[in-house]
Write a protein that binds this ligand. Structure first.
Ligand SMILES: [Zn+2]
Length: 101
C-alpha cells in the first residue's frame, strides 16, 4: 500500500487512479495523455504536443501514428504560413523602400 501523492490516502500498487480523489497514479495516464487531452494540447501547442503523444500509455500505437501524422502536417502548414508572411513583409518593405525614394 502506497499513499496517494495528492490526498495521501492508501492506494493499491495496481491502481491506475486513486479511488479517493481520482488522481492518476501511473506516469503517462493522466488527463493530458488521454485522447481529449492530446487533442486539446494539439490546438494549443501544435507540433509541441508530440512528446505527450509518445509518452502516453492511454492511447494505442495506431492512434499515436495518426496524431503524429496530423501534428507533422500542422507543423508543415505552420512553417509555410510563416514563410508566406515573411515573404509578404519582405515584399512590402522593399516596395515601401523602393517607392519612397
Ligand atoms: Zn488520492
Amino acid at each position: 500500500m502506497n499513499p496517494c501523492p495528492r490526498c495521501c490516502n492508501p492506494v493499491e500498487e495496481t491502481d491506475n487512479y486513486c479511488r479517493h480523489c481520482g488522481r492518476s497514479l501511473k506516469p503517462g495516464t493522466g488527463f493530458l495523455f488521454s485522447h481529449t487531452g492530446i487533442i486539446l494540447m494539439a490546438f494549443v501547442l501544435g507540433p509541441f504536443a508530440l512528446p505527450f503523444v509518445w509518452l502516453s500509455k492511454t492511447i494505442g500505437t495506431t492512434a499515436k501514428w495518426i496524431y503524429t501524422g496530423l501534428l507533422v502536417l500542422v507543423g508543415i502548414y505552420f512553417v509555410v504560413v510563416c514563410y508566406h508572411a515573411f515573404l509578404m513583409i519582405h515584399d512590402t518593405a522593399q516596395m515601401m523602400l523602393g517607392g519612397g525614394f
